[in-house]
Design a protein around this ligand. Sequence first.
Ligand code: NAP
Length: 343
Amino acid sequence: MANDDANIVVNGIGTVGKRVAHAVKKQDDMDLYGVADVAPTADLRSNLEGPLEGTRLFCSVPDKVEDLEEAGFKVEDDLPSLLDTGKIDLVVDATPPEIDEKNKEVYEEKGVKAIFQGGADASIAPVSFNALANYGEAGDVDWVRVVSCNTTSLTRTLWSLDSNIGVEKAIGNLVRRGGDPPQDSRGPINSIVPVTHIPSHHGPDVQEIMPDLNITTLAVKVPTTLSHLHMINADLSESVSREDVLRIFEKTPRIRLFEAEQGYDSTAKIIERFRDQRLRYDMPEVAVWEETVEVEDNTAYWIHQVHQESIIVPENIDAIRAMLNLADRDESIRKTNDNLGIE
Ligand SMILES: NC(=O)c1ccc[n+]([C@@H]2O[C@H](COP(=O)([O-])OP(=O)(O)OC[C@H]3O[C@@H](n4cnc5c(N)ncnc54)[C@H](OP(=O)(O)O)[C@@H]3O)[C@@H](O)[C@H]2O)c1
C-alpha cells in the first residue's frame, strides 16, 4: 500500500457498498482505508470474513459503536472521528436514501468529498455521473451522485449512439426486478406493478447527465431478482445500418453483445454464465441481445439486460478518479475494467 495513494472509505456495506469496497481494494492507485456501517448485519459479517477480510471497520455514528462491538465486531473508531484526522480523501456513501442526506451534513462539516448513489435525489450533488458521458464534470466538485442501475444502462447505450450518430428521440420500456436476491422483505409477490405516471423517473434521470436527450421511459416491476430488462427504440439523426449500430455497441466499453442463438436466450441464462465465471455473478456490463438489434427507417431497436447490483460499481471507481484527478476518462475506464475483469 503506497502512502501517497488516495484513501477511500465506503460507508454502508450493503448490496452496493460491499461491492464498491471490494472494487476499491482491487485498484492500484487508491486504498480502501476502511469501511463503515451502523448495524451488525450478515452482509457486514460475511464480507469482513470474506472479500473484505483485514479491512478496518468504523462505526458510521458514534452511538452505535457498542452495538457492533457487542456483536463481536472490532471497531477502530467512529466515522466522524476518522474524518477529523484528515487522512481520508473521499467517502463513497452507499447508505439508503435519506440517510445519505444526513451523512452529507457530516462530510460537509469535516470537509471531505463524497460520492452518493442513485437512490438519492439528484439535488444531493451538482453532478449526476456516468463515466462515458460526463467524466470531466466531476473534476471540479465535492459531491457526485452515481446514477442508478437503470439510468446507467440507458446512458451507456444511448450515449454511444448519440455521440457516434445522434439520437433525436428515445423511448425506453423498463421491466424492473422486484427486489435484490437477499431482499426477502419485498416478497414473495405475484404481480406486475406499473409505474402509473409517464415518464417514469428514469428518463428525467438520464437527462441529468444528457440534458439535450429527448427520452421518455415507461416502467413496470416484475417478480424476478436477477436483473432488469429494457426494450428501447431510438430515432437516429442519420440513416445507418444494423451493422453500424452493432459495431458502435461492440466498441463501447461496458456494453457487451450476447447471442440468444448460443444459448444466452434469457436473463437467467446470461446470469448463469457469470455464476460460473465471477464472484457473486456480478455483471457490470450492459448485456445487449445481438438478435434484438434492428434498424428500420432511422429507428434503432434493441433489448438489454442490467445486473442491478453491480453495474454501478465501475462507475463509482471512475467517479473517485475523476473527483480526485487521478486519471483522465479513458485511462480510468481502462484501469477499472482491467482491475475488475470487465469487458
Ligand atoms: N440494490 C441495488 O440494486 C442498487 C443499484 C443501484 C443503486 N442503488 C442505490 O445504492 C444505494 C444503497 O442501496 P443498497 O441496495 O446497497 O442498500 P442496502 O443493501 O440496504 O445497503 C445499505 C447499507 O447501509 C447501511 N446503513 C443504514 N443506515 C446507515 C447509516 N446511518 N450509516 C451507515 N450505514 C447505514 C445498511 O444497514 P442496515 O441493513 O442495518 O439498514 C446497509 O448495510 C441506494 O441509493 C440505492 O438506490 C442500489
